[in-house]
Design a protein around this ligand. Structure first.
Ligand SMILES: O=C(O)C1=C[C@@H](OP(=O)(O)O)[C@@H](O)[C@H](O)C1
Ligand SMILES: C=C(OP(=O)(O)O)C(=O)O
Length: 416
């Protein structure tokens, strides 16, 4: 897709669909506790794949690139008594680790085999009644493993006690899971290295309907913050409330502190307006640990590169095992927009800014966030985005929503 050099129109309103992370947790919980009623489910492909997997009752489930679907379904099928399921995914999914979760489930008595490579999907899962109790899990690879255990915890007669070993990554996603469980009446606690989810037969037994309205997706909202920061014009977004379950709502503070984009909430319609300060003094250098919000790393790096603000982002150890190796993908593509970087296994920093290439073509590496994070650069220069359909994974309407906010600069020139 070619994005011609464009100007950001003033104060367009975009409605972003429900949070992918919250939706995928709620779908599993709904499959376990049928009295939950969900509103504003995400329209992402990852959510649709998970929904289909839960509704179809097939013996083989293919979740393509959907990491949370893969991880959450592993525990879900491990407790589906009498059912054997083959859980598989895309070539990339077969390179994304799952061993810490499988090991933890095996401690509870689960029967899971690797069908190709040890430690990686596809999996053959024979469902059994598991009683729960204490499990130990390595906590530095992906928080999704721990969430997966927490989601089934209340269905186990002894509940689940999860001992987290090593450094804990992506903490707000664990807090999100705990808060969602509490909202639907499942007691839990997190003290030091121990998370407990209490057994809950109550939620289902009293069969009272539990309504749950999902707030919109803050990771998707981040691309509009980047547009507002680079284009120095306002945008409004719906449906976002001041209080959020999502750690990625930190984008408000990050874009205020580093790029002078103010967020104003307009209560009634759950609308927020992003208003860039006109005389904002940019920082000399952005020093930031983003372990709490890894999905925002690409957005921040591209905004900083576009504005030629040097940066040093750490805490990114999970980026190498996401949809692609995001650190290496970022390094390659930032170079094309004129930002030289160095990386380690958990960090990236800018070393120099040069003139961007004349013809920029951004590779997306089957990663939706590569496409969406580089798109706002079209406010400075025409660029093309390869395999633009990758956005389906989290934000199918992204290109249409982006188009609403932009006008090609040639159109403006002709009108003048
Ligand atoms: O639990 C979740 O919904 C997610 C957790 C994070 O993964 P890691 O814990 O692997 O960093 C995040 O990157 C992913 O997009 C969604
Ligand atoms: C990492 C992501 O998703 P997942 O791990 O669920 O594939 C993401 O959406 O950026």
């Amino acid at each position: 897709m070619i994005l011609t050099k464009s100007t950001l129109l003033s104060n367009k309103t975009i409605t972003v669909s429900g949070s992918k992370s919250i939706s995928n947790r709620l779908l599993i919980l709904h499959a376990l506790f049928s009295n939950i009623r969900i509103t504003n489910l995400s329209d992402s492909q990852d959510t649709k794949l998970l929904q289909a997997a839960l509704e179809n009752n097939s013996d083989t489930i293919d979740v393509h690139h959907a990491g949370t679907a893969m991880r959450f379904l592993t525990s879900y099928f491990a407790i589906r008594e009498g059912k054997t399921t083959i859980l598989t995914g895309s070539d990339r999914m077969k390179q994304r680790p799952i061993k810490p979760l499988v090991d933890a489930l095996k401690q509870l008595g689960a029967e899971i085999d690797y069908l190709e490579n040890n430690g990686y999907p596809p999996l053959k899962i024979r469902g059994h009644k598991l009683r729960g109790g204490e499990v130990k899990i390595q906590a530095n690879v992906s928080s999704q493993f721990i969430t997966s255990l927490m989601l089934i915890g209340a269905k186990l007669e002894n509940g689940i006690t999860i001992i987290l070993e090593g450094k804990i990554t992506s903490i707000p996603y664990l807090e999100m899971t705990l808060k969602i469980l509490r909202t639907i009446g499942i007691s839990n606690s997190w003290e030091s290295d121990t998370i407990k989810v209490e057994p809950n037969i109550q939620t289902e037994k009293n069969s009272q309907i539990i309504p749950f309205t999902i707030e919109s997706d803050w990771s998707s909202a981040s691309y509009f913050y980047s547009l507002a920061a680079i284009g120095r014009n306002s945008i409004s977004l719906k449906c976002f409330k001041p209080f959020s379950l999502q750690g990625d709502s930190a984008i408000r503070e990050l874009y205020w502190e580093y790029f002078g984009v103010n967020t104003i909430s307009e209560g009634a319609e759950a609308k927020i307006s992003l208003l860039p300060e006109s005389n904002f003094k940019y920082p000399e250098r952005i020093e930031l640990n983003m372990n709490a919000c890894p999905d925002l790393a690409q957005t921040i790096c591209v905004t900083a590169a576009a504005l030629k603000i040097s940066f040093h982002i750490t805490g990114l150890e999970t980026l190498k095992i996401k949809e692609t190796d995001r650190l290496s993908a970022l390094q390659n593509e930032l170079f094309k927009i004129g930002c030289l970087t160095e990386t380690t296994d958990e960090s990236i920093w800018s070393t120099n800014f040069i003139e961007p290439a004349a013809n920029i073509s951004i590779e997306t590496y089957t990663d939706h966030r590569m496409a969406m994070s580089f798109a706002p650069f079209c406010l400075l220069q025409e660029l093309s985005i390869e395999n633009e359909e990758v956005v389906q994974k989290s934000y199918p309407n992204f290109w249409a929503d982006l188009a609403q906010c932009l006008t090609p600069q040639t159109d403006l020139d002709e009108k003048q």
